[in-house]
Design a protein around this ligand. Structure first.
Ligand code: GLP
Length: 254
């Protein structure tokens, strides 16, 4: 696939997010007419916030119902109860789920509270739930500065499945804003695998700002390598990066 098919550049994160929200809304409405549900894979983090805001706006102001939406979040810290403000569960609830009409039973999360002994079967069960829902129609992703997707850190395999992982220090530093200090950021997490993510029918990767520009270039135009897990997306015919101009600044034009 030519490079230019792998990304779209927008003036700012709001216009990029509005485009992705419009695509999601169209899918939701098309499926609603057929009486079918839509399965979304969702990320936490700062990047998707304008997307969630736009979907909330469409729900409130343009009568978009999300009643036929089923969600699977990408990842969760190990060792945090769902009620901890730093958990991705709590983040998603206050940022998105509290403001739309997705039925509670349609919302799925990996639990940060499982014991080491239970983690493997909990992750396998998550994969079964995704399969039972019909697979992920539309996966939204952010990207870490080291190229991680979900919590699939550099070195992970392209066919990795949902599993417990150890977080890199850069990842813990980058997410420390939700915690009183970096030492309080858990160093283990559960994440959907790269293989799980690559099975989604469509994938939108969102990235904003110059701090993501170098890794965006390596993900889109560099070699496919475990050093940059997001580069695995080059093999997916339906994966597109949605960028603002500063995140796209390092891309070669051809
Ligand atoms: C976190 C999440 C990822 C997210 C990434 C980028 O660690 N596990 O799913 O995409 O980091 O975060 P942000 O959007 O805040 O830059």
């Amino acid at each position: 696939m030519p490079y230019s098919h792998r990304f779209r550049v927008f003036e700012n994160c709001d216009s990029a997010s509005a485009q992705v929200a419009a695509e999601i809304a169209q899918l939701i409405r098309e499926r609603a007419i057929l009486g079918r549900h839509v399965v979304l894979g969702l990320p936490a983090g700062k990047t998707p916030v304008p997307l969630y805001e736009e979907l909330i706006y469409l729900h409130r102001e343009e009568s978009l119902s999300l009643a036929n939406v089923v969600t699977f979040n990408l990842d969760e810290y190990i060792g945090l109860p769902a009620s901890h403000p730093g958990s991705f569960r709590a983040f998603m609830q206050r940022t998105f789920f509290d403001h739309v009409d997705i039925p509670a039973e349609n919302i799925h999360f990996l639990s940060g509270n499982v014991s080491r002994a239970e983690a493997t079967s909990h992750c396998a069960d998550y994969e079964h739930k995704i399969a039972a829902a019909g697979g992920i129609d539309f996966q939204i992703l952010g990207i870490g500065r080291n190229g991680h997707i979900g919590f699939n850190e550099p070195g992970c395999m392209a066919d990795s499945r949902t599993r417990p992982v150890t977080l890199f220090d850069m990842t813990r530093r980058d997410t420390a804003r939700w915690f009183p200090g970096i030492e309080r950021v858990p160093n283990r997490a559960l994440t959907m695998g790269c293989g799980t993510i690559l099975e989604a029918r469509r994938i939108a990767v969102l990235a904003w700002g110059s701090r993501k520009s170098r890794i965006v270039r390596r993900a889109i135009q560099g070699p496919v390598t475990a050093d940059v897990p997001a580069s695995y997306l080059q093999a997916h015919p339906g994966a597109i990066f949605y960028l603002n101009s500063s995140a796209a600044a390092c891309l070669k034009s051809k």
